[in-house]
Ligand binder design. Structure first.
Ligand SMILES: [Zn+2]
Length: 320
């Protein structure tokens, strides 16, 4: 039954024109498609926005403090992230330093429901109305910071969280390189009708390397991406390379379901189907294994064993 509902929601979504035009009202785009909610709250792809909110009970269970610098020591208390996201954030800050000489600072990670409530109420008092407050601050439960998967970032050379950050070398580096570490620039200018948030060049959301790279290649907001992804079987969402995910979503956007059919029929088992469905999208001179290894630092079952002490280095080499 649930499958049918998802399918039905997807059909409705797929029949809605995606290319946003100025004529389309904000109301028709701001409500994300129902299919978005098919991901569990703990899934790294779960979408939170002003339409889909978290309850006051939701607290991620694996929060840690990444070992990255903050502008002030006291800010270390507010930069928690979930385990994988924290590890990748550390790698990203290190790469920014080594590759480009940029000193990044973490500003704000996990934000509890209670803190969001205080922030929002303060804004209501300050602006004089709930509606006005809504324009700049998310009401409690509507901030994806509560997922422990989002980080606000500034740099030593630009100590503000404002749109000017997007013009700085550090902001540009992050926008281009963050997908290598599983992060996406979540709120682009062009997407505000869909995301419900205005341009925030400092806000990065962790979704995992394969999905981040696919989203970067597709250049679409997370709401749109996850709505299409809901049509895929779980094993493909979890084990597909960015090459497969981006190619498949692009095909689904124009109504081509051929490769999706391969995945659904599991021809040759899950591994065989992934291989078969990916084939069409592989760039010249790239093998299926290369596409897979580029986004999964952990060796796949089909790969040769790798020595433990290679791992720290490989995280950066593979990222390239
Ligand atoms: Zn943020």
């Amino acid at each position: 039954m649930k499958k049918y509902l998802v399918f039905f929601a997807l059909i409705i979504f797929l029949s809605t024109p995606l290319a946003g035009t100025a004529e389309q009202t904000a109301a028709s785009q701001s409500a994300p498609p129902a299919a978005v909610s098919t991901f569990a709250q703990d899934d790294t792809l779960f979408v939170v926005n002003k339409e889909v909110r978290l309850t006051s009970e939701y607290i991620p269970q694996d929060l840690v403090t990444p070992r990255v610098p903050t502008r002030k020591k006291s800010l270390q208390d507010s930069i928690q992230l979930r385990g994988d996201a924290a590890m990748q954030l550390e790698a990203m800050f290190l790469a920014a330093d080594i590759e480009a000489g940029h000193t990044l600072y973490a500003v704000s990670g996990y934000r509890s429901y209670g803190i969001q409530q205080i922030n929002f109420n303060n804004k209501v008092d300050e602006s004089g109305s709930r509606d006005r407050a809504m324009r700049t601050v998310a009401p409690a439960g509507a901030s994806e910071h509560q997922l422990g998967l989002a980080m606000d970032i500034q740099s030593k050379n630009f100590l503000n969280l404002n749109q000017g950050f997007g013009e700085t070398q550090e902001g540009i580096w992050l926008m281009e390189n963050s997908p290598r570490f599983g992060f996406i620039l979540r709120y682009k200018k062009e997407w505000s009708d869909i995301t419900g948030f205005s341009y925030e060049p400092w806000h990065f959301r962790y979704v995992g390397v394969a999905h981040a790279k696919a989203i970067q290649a597709l250049d679409i907001p997370l709401e749109t991406y996850t709505a299409y992804l809901a049509a895929l079987p779980a094993y493909a969402i979890e084990g597909g390379s960015d090459v497969l995910l981006a190619g498949l979503v692009k095909d689904l956007m124009v109504g081509n379901q051929q490769q999706l059919g391969i995945l659904m029929s599991k021809t040759g088992g899950e591994e065989g189907a992934l291989r078969g469905a990916t084939k069409k999208y592989l760039p010249d001179n790239t093998t299926y294994e290369q596409a897979l290894w580029a986004v999964y630092p952990t060796p796949r079952p089909t790969s040769a064993p790798r020595l433990d002490d290679d791992e720290e280095v490989s995280l950066f080499q593979i990222g390239g």
